[in-house]
Design a protein around this ligand. Structure first.
Ligand SMILES: Cc1ncc(C[n+]2csc(CCOP(=O)(O)OP(=O)(O)O)c2C)c(N)n1
Ligand SMILES: [Mg+2]
Length: 738
């Protein structure tokens, strides 16, 4: 661990006359360029503030006070080579990496041609694929775990050159995802001082330290998070002190209003990362001369005396004084440079104000891959017919657990971009125990990943820290680099720490970057109840919370063969997928099947007709399928009622055509699901039927679901809470007689 503290005075002055000519390796021309970029950055803010007041743009977020640290990072790192997860104050960084001012103004006006988002995101939400500036969102800190995943992705690609290949017959996401890495690349990620209070920041620090990853963290500490000062935010008032115990890190604490000292700090930090020693942490003290945003008035909580003290450290004026003092530019030179910048910005503003807005019809574009449609025939393949065994008997039916494992194994063989991680998914992290045959290995709490670490190696199948946000955030970063993480959330009940990533990040990446970036990965989640003792925290459903999120595919198989076919589609497709695996169905005798072969796929959005019927349509999925089948068979035996049973198996997209055709035939519909009744997934199906098939109905649409409470431990209570075959039977009977 190395720690460098830089004198808060301009570094060159402290270094004395002899060294001054080199300015920590920066030439005079580079220093002039640095000033030009800093001045440009400040003047873009000023122009935007004016445009906002004239109501020509709709939001403004300034990078003022952060210019020196920004250009220092931009000059020490390499665009299109290193990777960047900046935050909204990084205007100067983006300029230094090559973003044109015109493009910044395009974002302000929300133009169709705005390369960051095509008018979808606020200004200062940078996204420039060619420069490797990855699309950012507005939640503070949710980019940090993705930066860790990005760095992991780069290292993985370097170690697995075969991951780059796209075989000629690979009709899958790989055709649309170029994968590359640089041996000594660095991933930069920045955040404010307030954001360092977010849990995801600490998860990311831990993961970066554990993996010795080349992530360069930069905390731009302006002393405030909107109105909350640092001493109320950070215990002890210094983030440097708090993080100093993390191993494998290089630490820098620097005056971030001094471009030369900041550049030196970044050079050292980047060199440490490039050499493969581990992550680096730059804590930069900066100022915030303008209010938090145009919606904030800092005079309400900062007295003049404090603001004036900050103004003494303004990086733009300091750098100007420095250039004059060092004789690098004279008054005339400064005036000339500033005039040139003003003229350039005037042209850029005028052009941007002429730019066309996006077409309203485009709003649904790029929620999902425009290249590979998960509902298409690409994913519609036949199951392999299995050979009968030697004794002439049919091959034994395999459980859903067996076939999920077999599918993962075959896909990992086929595609070197697949990595599996999560809690307990490895066989044994201390792999010397495996090598010495001292232990057999675990492979997941449900054993679905058993044997995969042994077969594919420690860097393709590994345990993560117990941190769900980190699992999804890191997977998102890796998928952005073109890998295919297939990660596991151990229990649906514990998916909630990852909710920020699952709601505001993963599904939004393609849409918010206007197809500039995408992150197709698979999140396998063990879900559901009927466990006899599972109780409130091992029985939850809640799929409707995720089907409510545009951009995320959600599937929920009820039997072995569907699980294999849908999982393969999930892995090969070009969208992020939440793959829900019902724990009760993992080893159920219902729905066992022979392995349908290494190419079997089921397109999403195609329901399965479990049994045809004429009197009543039952629409369901997951563990309710076998229960509904049992009820339907009883009703037919007892009353001759023929129920048409539909297993949706894919919840987003879902198969409206099959539902509509069936209800049009039977004129009666029952929607059944395991989750709590109110505002559940079935409510949407019922509403659609009421809306679009009202004229076809001979009876009200009924729902059978769990009671609106939590699942209890005592089996008598569990039975009373979750929908049982008899509840389904009674509802079907009543509806048929209506
Ligand atoms: C998760 C989340 N919570 C709250 C907000 C609202 N918000 C936006 S910026 C901000 C303060 C951030 O302060 P800091 O990290 O110090 O960065 P600075 O703006 O000072 O550069 C807050 C609370 C948000 N965007 N995201
Ligand atoms: Mg701050």
């Amino acid at each position: 661990m190395a720690t460098t503290k830089t004198d808060p005075k301009l570094a060159t002055a402290a270094n004395g006359a002899k060294k001054a000519k080199f300015y920590e390796g920066l030439t005079r021309e580079q220093l002039i360029r640095a000033y030009r970029l800093m001045y440009t950055s400040r003047r873009i803010d000023d122009r935007e503030i004016l445009l906002k007041r004239q109501q020509k743009i709709y939001f403004q977020m300034s990078g003022a006070g952060h210019e020196a640290i920004g250009i220092a990072a931009g000059m020490a790192l390499k665009p299109g080579y290193d990777w960047f997860y900046p935050y909204y104050r990084d205007r100067a960084l983006c300029l230094a990496l090559g973003v044109e001012p015109y493009n910044m103004f395009l974002q302000g006006v929300g133009a169709a041609d705005d390369p960051s988002s095509g008018g979808r995101q606020m200004p200062s939400h940078w996204s420039y694929p060619k420069l490797h500036i990855v699309t950012q969102s507005s939640p503070t800190g949710s980019q940090i775990l993705q930066a860790v995943g990005c760095a992991e992705g780069g290292r993985y690609i370097a170690r697995h050159p075969k991951a780059v290949d796209v075989p000629a017959d690979a009709n899958d996401y790989r055709r649309f995802k170029t994968v590359s890495s640089e041996r000594d690349e660095v991933t930069y990620v920045s955040l404010g001082d307030g954001t360092s209070s977010e849990g995801e920041f600490w998860e990311a620090m831990n993961a970066a330290a554990l993996g010795k990853l080349p992530v360069l963290f930069c905390v731009e500490d302006n002393g405030y998070a909107i109105s909350v000062p640092v001493e109320v935010q950070t215990a002890g008032g210094s983030i440097s002190r708090l993080v100093s115990g993390f191993p494998n890190f290089h630490f820098e604490e620097v005056d971030g209003t001094d471009p030369v000292a900041s550049y030196a700090a970044f050079r050292r930090a980047a060199a440490y990362c490039r050499a493969g020693h581990g992550p680096a942490f730059v804590h930069a003290h900066v100022i915030r001369p303008y209010s938090h945003s145009l919606s904030d008035d800092e005079r309400l909580y900062r007295p003049d005396v404090e603001r004036e003290r900050d103004a003494q450290r303004d990086p733009v004026t300091r750098t100007q004084m420095f250039l004059l003092r060092e004789g690098i530019l004279d008054d005339k030179g400064i005036t000339q440079l500033e005039k040139e910048v003003e003229a350039e910005l005037q042209v850029a503003v005028d052009r941007a104000l002429e730019a066309l807005p996006p077409a309203p019809e485009s709003v649904m574009n790029f929620l999902y891959s425009p290249d590979l449609d998960v509902t298409s025939s690409v994913f519609d393949t036949q199951a392999a017919v299995s050979e009968p065994s030697a004794d002439g008997k049919k091959p034994a039916g395999k459980t859903m657990a067996d076939l999920i494992t077999a599918t993962l194994r075959d896909e990992m063989k086929r595609d070197e971009r697949i990595v599996i991680f999560g809690e307990d998914v490895a066989d044994c992290s201390r792999d010397e125990y495996l090598k010495q045959k001292m232990v057999k290995g675990k492979g997941g709490v449900f054993k679905l990943t058993f044997g995969l670490q042994c077969e594919f190696g420690n860097d393709r199948v590994f345990n993560s820290p117990l941190a769900e946000a980190a699992i999804v955030g890191r997977a998102t970063g890796m998928a952005t680099r073109g890998l295919k993480p297939v990660v596991e959330i151990q229990f649906f009940d514990y998916i909630w720490p990852a909710m920020m990533q699952l709601r505001d990040e993963l599904p939004t990446i393609r849409w918010r970057s206007n197809n500039g970036f995408s992150a197709p990965c698979v999140i396998r989640v063990a879900i559901g109840g009927y466990l006899t003792g599972g109780a409130i925290y091992h029985s939850q459903c809640g799929e409707s919370i995720f089907t409510h999120i545009p951009g995320l595919r959600v599937v929920f198989p009820s039997n072995s063969q569907d699980a294999a076919g849908l999982l393969r589609t999930a892995i090969r497709c070009d969208d992020p997928v939440l793959f829900l695996e019902h724990k009760r169905l993992y080893r159920e005798s219902f729905g066992r099947a022979a392995y349908p072969g290494p190419d079997y796929m089921i397109p999403f959005g195609k329901a399965k007709l479990v049994q045809p019927g004429t009197d009543l349509t039952v629409i369901t999925y997951g563990a309710v399928v076998p229960r509904a089948l049992q009820a339907a068979q009883k009703l037919e035996r007892e009353q001759g009622v023929k129920v048409e049973l539909i297993d949706l198996r894919s919840l987003n997209p879902f198969d409206w055509e099959t539902i509509a055709a069936s209800v049009t035939k039977t004129n009666r519909a029952l929607v059944a699901y395991e989750d709590t009744l109110s505002w559940g997934y079935g409510a949407e199906i019922a509403a659609r039927i009421a809306d679009q098939l009202f004229d076809q109905l001979d009876a009200p649409i009924r729902r059978v679901a769990a009671k609106d409470t939590f699942v209890a431990y005592q089996p008598i209570l569990e039975d009373a809470i979750l929908p049982q075959p008899n509840d389904l039977y009674l509802a079907m009977k009543e509806l048929a007689q209506y």
